[in-house]
Each structure stands twice: as C-alpha cells, then as structure tokens.
Design a protein around this ligand. Structure first.
Ligand SMILES: [Zn+2]
Ligand SMILES: [Zn+2]
Length: 254
C-alpha cells in the first residue's frame, strides 16, 4: 500500500490528520473531542483502536484538546517534544514517548522527521513522513519560513500547507489588536502570501497533492487563499482545501 493521508478537519476550531501505510496508522494532532474524533474517524473508515500512535505538533488546544482523553481511553502511545510534554494535559498519558525535535524516528514502517518551527508554543514541531520512497509534508502553525523549513520540505510528494490569513482581512477584521499582532507576527501563522513564497522556494512541481490547511474562518476565505497559491502553483486539479467541518478524504501518494 502506498503512503496515504486524510484530514479529520483543519482550522482554528480543531486539527487532526491521519497518515497511513500497510502496517501503521498515525494520528497527527487531535483538536476534537473524543466523540467528534470517533465520528470523523468512522467517516474515514477507521476507529480509534486502529491507531498505532498519536503525534502532537504542539500544545495549543486546536491540536491537543482530544489527545489526552483519546490516549487514555484507547491506551495509545503519544509522541511529543520535551517542551510540548510540559503541558498539563499531557501529564497522565498511558504511553508518552519523547522525541528529539532534530532527530528522525520510525514508527512501524513510517519514518517521521520532526521539523522545528517558529510558533508561540513551548517546543513546536511539524512533520515530514517518509514511506516507500515517498514524502508527505505537514506544515501548519508557523509564523515565518526559516531556511531550515525550506530545506526540510524541499522534496515532498504531497504537502498540507497552512494558508491561515489574508493580511488585509486580518487587519480589518474583528480580532483585538494584540491577537492581530500575534497571528500576523513572526511566531504566529502563515499568511496566504507567505505560503505562496514557501512554494516558490521548494520543488513544488513534484507535488501530487497540495492541501491548503488551517485556513482562518474570520481572517481568510477560500477564494483569496486559492488566488495567492495559484499565482505560484498552476495545477488546480491537484489543489484541495482542507475544510474545518469535512476535512479531506483519503489521498494516495504513489
Ligand atoms: Zn493551530
Ligand atoms: Zn498553534
């Protein structure tokens, strides 16, 4: 079986992504309640007991809310960095596993490459997954693009990429000034234009799927995100938007 991935939902109200091979089913983040996670997993043909491990990118609630309850109920191992593990919600897990943010590790037949990113959490990381000679990148929740990030995502065959906000909508929108500064700052979230600039810097011609992710309901819209991305990435047949409610159905990377 080729490397596959699907989204249970993406955005500021909750994020969770599945990554699958023959022998392994990884859940990356879980920002939904147990009940909602079970419901969304079932729509993708799975139940929590199928999950080999949960990987957590950082402790913000849209990524962590369901992790503890799910891991305790189904006795799932949870992988996170030392800093992320300081979060109170991760103190009583059945099988915590610390990862070094700068060292790849393997779960079953999937190689997991953590990528340190600038974001206002304790020790956040994102991930590149490798299986069968193919690479899937997940890249959300970062305020700026570093040379290290460009290196790590250079040769992906599929990519979930944050297009959080349109800077004009953010500045005109309803957020309080401090929150606007946070979201638009160096340790906040990627704008549509920053996401497009990342694509300019990597080998995006080889992408089989590009999934616009973590889009803000208040400060962005699908049309503006697509417009910015399509300025660089002209293959609209392989461009998908991860919906907060519907997520994304299974995609194969072959
Ligand atoms: Zn987030
Ligand atoms: Zn975050």
């Amino acid at each position: 079986m080729a490397l596959q991935f699907a989204s249970l939902g993406s955005g500021s109200k909750g994020n969770a992504t599945l990554v699958k091979s023959e022998n392994c089913l990884l859940l990356v983040d879980c920002g939904f309640t147990i009940k909602e996670t079970e419901r969304r997993l079932a729509l993708l043909g799975h139940q929590p007991g199928d999950i080999s491990a949960v990987l957590v990118t950082h402790e913000h609630s849209d990524h962590s809310k369901g992790v503890g309850p799910l891991a305790r109920k189904y006795r799932l191992p949870v992988y996170f960095t030392h800093g992320t593990g300081q979060y109170d919600g991760f103190k009583k897990l059945p099988a915590p596993a610390l990862i070094n943010c700068h060292r790849p590790f393997t779960i079953e037949d999937i190689e997991c490459v953590p990528v340190a990113v600038p974001h206002d959490a304790r020790e956040p990381c994102q991930f590149v997954f490798r299986h069968g000679g193919k690479q899937l990148g997940i890249l959300t929740d970062l305020g700026s693009i570093t040379p290290f990030v460009i290196d790590c995502y250079q040769h992906c065959d599929a990519l979930m990429l944050e297009c959080n906000h349109d800077p004009r909508m953010l500045s005109m929108g309803p957020y309080p000034p401090q929150l606007k500064l946070r979201v638009g700052g160096q340790w906040g979230h990627l704008s549509n234009q920053q996401a497009a600039n990342l694509l300019r810097s990597i080998e995006h011609q080889r992408l089989q799927h590009l999934v616009i992710s973590h889009i803000s309901e208040q400060n962005n819209c699908e049309e503006l995100a697509r417009e910015a991305i399509e300025d660089v990435y002209r293959r609209s047949d392989t461009l998908i938007l991860a919906d907060q409610q519907l997520g994304v159905d299974w995609l194969q990377v072959c």
